[in-house]
Design a protein around this ligand. Structure first.
Ligand code: SF4
Length: 499
């Protein structure tokens, strides 16, 4: 779509809104005016003495709408606040014009960010009552009733965890970027282990070195590990002895006496064996994921998942016998070859197993995933909406509560991924990571260490290499890059200690 921005440079916010409202359109910034038949958006920002006004002139299929949104200038002296309010005025005007012409109201209204829960969490922290916070989601952002309820439940869970965190607590993430084979929809950094078996041992050597350096850093800073999450990829692609080496190093290096939970993302049922589960349990793992994604074999085949429904049940039985405190199962709504009836079957099948956590994802196809390239048939947005409506009702009926959620770019229908749990069995790691409540020390492939200063709302990111080839041998450099965590954490602790 042709975009003309006047009086501002908020390209990113405008494009985010464009992607959500018109996912098939790509932004263009032409030097010439639009032709008489061409669709376009002219988005203008005007500043007066007391107000700034976003004005959208949108033409779509021969029809035109002009809508505006006015926000007060008072309180926008700070540059960050001013930029945020400018974007709000512009995005709201664009949204209103689009709704007028299409008659479609997205489930999340005009919220485009990946973390919609931060908004109600911050509002309640600032003293707004839950009722007024929810009304703000409705009136200011046009969020649908179902999504408002999800956001409010997750905001309550986030606030409860936030209140329980001590300033010296951090979480530890370890990324294992290997999988037994590559799923067609995958957009993670993960290598098919068959093609790079020879990289696994050198990868683990580097990881052991990185763990040692990170342990030293955590000790010197006087921080404590509140949760551990080994993800990927598929960590259980590793052989039992390799898992033992990795988890043994974590146990020996970090003081885990105050650790609230220890998760290993087994994920792919075709990697789970009783030997690996015994290692995980013995070395501290108490939470695990077994991810079917679908309980229909034809859907699993269509997404190149390389395991059967039968293997899901087998793996689940093994995990239960190993005695984990909490088992998570992931499902995806919107998979190729699936339909609302198939999704219902999958969800009901998962609920019959009674895992403590269920995470329902909506398919997000990033550029480059094999499914996008193959052009496999996908359920329509309305069908995905039906799947999610069913899931959200059915999970509540079955006694689960939503505790964290996030959205992604290119997500089918602009919906969301939601983690549900039996009350009291939420994953603390998922909440602190998604809501950025404290620092995450990330080691291994693709990890991003986040140094979070919750009071100032500041986050400093330090990225690890994504691919095993780049990661191997990088431990000294990564340990060096992470040195800045020491004064950062010491300052956080000192700040908290000051009256
Ligand atoms: S198991 Fe997960 S990380 Fe591995 S290939 Fe499949 S989707 Fe990607």
């Amino acid at each position: 779509m042709k975009l003309y921005l006047e009086g501002h440079g908020h390209k990113y916010g405008t494009e985010q809104m464009l992607l959500m409202l018109f996912p098939d359109r790509r932004p263009e910034y032409p030097d010439t005016p639009p032709g008489p038949e061409e669709d376009f958006l002219r988005l203008t920002l005007k500043r007066g003495g007391r107000w700034m006004t976003g004005i959208a002139l949108l033409r779509l299929n021969g029809r035109t709408a002009r809508r505006s949104c006015r926000v007060p200038l008072a309180g926008t002296e700070d540059a960050v606040v001013r930029a945020r309010e400018e974007q709000r005025a512009l995005k709201t005007a664009f949204y209103r014009a689009a709704v007028e012409l299409t008659g479609r109201r997205p489930a999340w209204g005009m919220l485009t960010g990946v973390r919609p829960v931060k908004l109600p969490t911050r509002a309640m922290e600032a003293g707004l009552t839950p009722a007024r916070t929810e009304r703000q989601l409705q009136d200011r952002y046009d969020v649908s009733p179902l999504r408002r309820r999800l956001a409010m439940d997750c905001a309550r869970a986030s606030l409860a965890v936030k209140r329980s965190l001590a300033p010296e607590e951090i979480s530890l993430y370890v990324g294992i970027p290997f999988c037994p084979s590559r799923c067609a929809y995958c957009s993670f950094i993960s290598a098919d282990v068959k093609g790079c078996l020879k990289l696994v041992e050198p990868f683990l050597d580097t990881l052991a070195e990185e763990i040692a350096g990170a342990g030293e850093l955590v000790r010197r800073a006087g921080m404590r590990v509140a949760s551990v999450y080994i993800g990927g990829g598929t960590p259980t692609t590793l052989a039992p002895a390799q898992l033992e080496r990795l988890m043994g190093a974590i146990q020996e290096t970090f003081d885990l006496s105050g650790c609230r939970e220890y998760t290993v993302e087994a994920g792919r049922p075709d990697t789970i064996t009783p030997e690996k589960l015994a290692v995980i349990r013995r070395l501290g793992g108490d939470r695990i994921s077994v991810n079917p994604q679908s309980l229909r074999d034809e859907v699993l085949r269509a997404m190149g998942r390389a395991h059967t429904v039968e293997q899901v049940y087998e793996a689940y039985g093994q995990v239960r016998r190993a005695g984990f405190t909490a088992v998570n199962m992931d499902l995806i709504a919107g998979l190729p070859g699936d339909d609302p009836a198939g999704f219902r079957e999958s969800l009901d099948g998962v609920l019959a197993l009674a895992p403590e956590n269920v995470t329902v994802h909506t398919l997000a196809l990033k550029r480059g995933s094999a499914l996008t390239l193959r052009g496999a048939p996908l359920p329509a947005g309305a069908q995905v909406a039906q799947m999610l409506d069913y899931a959200w009702d059915r999970l509540r009926e079955a006694g689960y509560v939503p505790y964290y959620l996030y959205r992604q770019k290119y997500m089918s229908g602009g919906f969301e991924n939601v983690g549900w749990c039996r009350p009291g069995l939420e994953s603390v790691y998922n909440i602190v990571m998604m809501e950025e409540l404290h620092s995450i020390l990330s080691l291994g492939g693709g990890g991003v260490t986040k140094l979070v200063d919750p009071a100032a709302g500041r986050i400093r990111r330090i990225s690890n290499p994504k691919y095993p080839y780049d990661y191997i041998g990088a431990a000294p450099r990564l340990t060096e890059a992470r040195r800045e965590a020491l004064p950062f954490w010491q300052a956080l602790r000192d700040g908290a200690a000051r009256p």
